[in-house]
Design a protein around this ligand. Structure first.
Ligand code: ADP
Ligand code: MG
Length: 633
């Protein structure tokens, strides 16, 4: 409720009379929406500001967007607006920083058995492809993910297969399927497989052959358009999509190059096409030693009603009997595999007028379709954030394919990329609004394939080993960095075990405990890594006001931040608005108070000197806040 109120305020501020054009409007938009997030996981949202490009520096002296801690500050017509997100990366951040800070959790989630999706959203040239695919100067988050997957698969228990598709004009194209030569076309039999897997070398050979014998007939270069079907276990999927197994990073790079090359040959203007199409790169992860028998039932945490033997029955018996044993086995294995998707979305800007004479109609069709996919994506995000009963997934290929990632049972991470340029500030604010809405969507992730859990057991062992090492380091007197890790981890494990025993759910207790422990594992690993790399910096606004005053002047921005930090200890339901004074509103705490800056400074100093919010309970903080606000009245 408060969140939507904030969004409303944010969206109406530019035209609202009560704010003069020179006033400073700072709006906290708490990440947690009105709806409770107790069940499920919200979409993890991060913002990445890219540096100025050379051509832009000539226009702008300073960046129209600033990142400060968890806040993105956009200045439009001299008026700043603040958006708050879980992850914010400034223009100095490299892909590795994005990976470490946000995306590694996605990779770990996929290894835990969750289908996982990483979406890059933002206007054209804001840095989506740079983030996912990288550049000649730095690896992208996709390559860094593959690196970690391959490294973690030390004992080769896992098989990685890659697919790469593009959605352009609502049509799905397989970027790894080679353009067919005349001979192949003649010899081609209709596909009977639910998906096609080739080893890399065979695929590469075919590719090289095709390159060596280029086709003179352009129709021979046509790539196939694929259809999307909905599978009872997999959800929406592309049945004939080609998967290529990779065993090394070099294999991965070859597959990526192959797909990118295919993407560019399909267009006379590769840049234009890539900014108007959506690309989905998928890593399918499965265990090598999973029984391949068609008689094996899918009992891996999935509803038994969905076992393979029932799939055919839910359609027709005759179609079921038409399925070959091999096809059924393939479907079964597919259902047991986990998918880690990287989605490079088309540019989110509003469509342009296309005035060129050549290909005018085609471009018009593109703009409609791209808008259809993106506007459906926005409609889906909007409908989910409002918890509407009908979600229009089927209105576009993109949202249909992403159905499980948006409000479904996958884990989803959205990286929204933005430009520092003042010329596109409108689009930047739009991107931030949609990213804000996306962060209010809750998925209910389900572990798809507990057979991947073996890897988690290994991570646990690794974790135990790391912990032991930390204790050793500690005993050899490297005091302040590591002890907290163990203290925090052990407390968290206790907490998680206790809450998991109380949890009410249809899943088995064992499953709940395992999931909780997995979360703990992930957190512990992250903590260990963070702690080992760099001691966590305490944010300025986390310190008492009198301490902050020793370092910097207490202005309205600082007051705003300190108030926000204190309130966020006890509630997500609050808004702080700087408007000739500071207005604090919270339905949950029953606060609606406006005071001038010096009154707030007095009150907050008294508050901070009387309590240490880090060492008292939530209730005690609320009581102290009540005293603070009562005294103010
Ligand atoms: P998009 O995919 O969103 O259309 P790109 O990733 O192609 O945008 O980025 C547009 C341009 O900006 C490219 O030249 C790219 O190299 C550059 N760029 C984007 N992000 C960064 C970054 N973080 N650091 C350096 N250059 C970047
Ligand atoms: Mg791009």
């Amino acid at each position: 409720m408060a969140h939507r109120l904030n969004q409303l305020r944010t969206s109406t501020l530019t035209t609202h009379d009560q704010f003069s054009s020179t006033s400073t409007t700072l709006i906290s938009s708490p990440r947690t929406p009105g709806k409770k997030l107790t069940k499920g996981d919200p979409i993890v949202t991060g913002i990445r500001l890219r540096p100025f490009l050379e051509r832009e520096s000539a226009i702008d002296d300073t960046s129209a967007v600033q990142i400060f801690e968890n806040n993105v500050i956009c200045t439009q017509n001299s008026r700043p607006q603040i958006f708050k997100f879980t992850h914010c990366f400034d223009a100095a951040a490299k892909n590795k920083t994005i990976y470490d800070g946000m995306i590694r959790s996605a990779v770990l989630a996929s290894l835990q058995g969750y289908n996982t999706t990483v979406l890059a959203y933002g206007q054209t040239a804001s840095g989506k492809s740079h983030s996912i695919f990288g550049s000649s100067c730095e690896e992208g988050i996709l390559s860094l993910s593959i690196h970690d997957l391959i490294t973690m698969n030390g004992k080769n228990h896992l098989k990685f297969e890659l697919s790469f598709l593009e959605i352009y004009n609502e049509k799905v194209t397989d970027l790894l399927a080679m353009p067919t030569t005349s001979n192949e076309q003649l010899n081609q039999k209709p596909s009977t497989k639910s998906s096609t897997t080739l080893s890399f070398s065979k695929q590469a050979r075919t590719h090289i052959l095709n390159k060596l014998v280029p086709s003179s007939n352009s129709s021979n270069n046509a790539t196939r358009t694929l259809e999307i079907r909905e599978h009872p276990l997999l959800g929406p999927y592309v049945p004939d999509l080609k998967y290529i197994q990779v065993k090394s990073k070099e294999d991965f790079q070859n597959v990526l190059n192959m797909g990118n090359q295919q993407r560019s040959v399909a267009s006379t203007n590769a840049n234009q096409r890539s900014s108007r199409s959506h690309a989905i790169f998928t890593v399918k992860i499965s265990r090598i030693d999973v029984p391949q028998s068609t008689t094996t039932r899918l009992s891996f945490g999935l509803n038994s009603a969905h076992s393979v033997s029932n799939i055919g029955k839910s359609t027709t018996n005759s179609s079921s009997s038409k399925k070959s044993a091999k096809q059924q086995a393939q479907e079964e294995l597919d259902a047991q595999a986990v998918r880690l998707n990287f989605v490079d979305l088309a540019g989110s800007e509003k469509s342009q007028q296309y005035n060129g004479s050549q290909g005018k109609n085609d471009r018009f069709a593109e703009s409609i379709h791209i808008n259809q996919s993106l506007s459906t994506l926005r409609n889906v995000i909007d409908a989910l954030s409002r918890q509407q009963s009908h979600i229009p997934y089927r209105d576009s290929s993109l949202t249909y394919l992403l159905k499980n990632s948006l409000g479904g049972d996958a884990k989803t991470f959205m990286l929204a990329t933005i430009s520092p340029s003042s010329t596109v500030i409108d689009e930047t604010i739009n991107t931030l609004r949609y990213a804000g809405l996306a962060s209010t969507i809750t998925n209910v992730p389900r572990i798809k394939t507990p057979h991947l859990r073996h890897e988690i057991d290994e991570l646990r062992e690794e974790n135990a080993r790391l912990k032991q090492e930390l204790f050793l380091v500690k005993s050899k007197s490297m005091p302040s960095i590591h002890p907290t890790v163990n203290k925090i981890s052990l407390t968290r494990i206790d907490e998680c075990l206790q809450t998991s025993f109380q949890a009410e759910s249809s899943t088995s207790q064992e499953e709940i405990n395992d999931e909780k422990l997995d979360t703990v594992d992930e957190e512990i690993l992250a903590q260990i890594e963070n702690q080992c790399r760099r001691p966590k910096r305490k944010r300025l606004s986390e310190q008492p006001l009198h301490e902050i005053a020793k370092i910097r002047k207490i202005d309205d921005t600082m007051l705003h931040r300190r108030l926000g930090t204190i309130l966020s200890y006890v509630t997500d339901d609050f808004s702080i608005i700087n408007d000739n004074g500071i207005l604090v509103i919270s339905d949950e705490l029953n606060i609606d108070m406006k005071k001038n800056s010096s009154s707030w400074i007095d009150a907050l100093e008294r508050f901070d000197r009387s309590v240490d919010i880090n060492s008292i309970t939530k209730k005690e903080i609320v009581d102290s806040l009540n005293i603070l606000f009562d005294n103010q009245e």
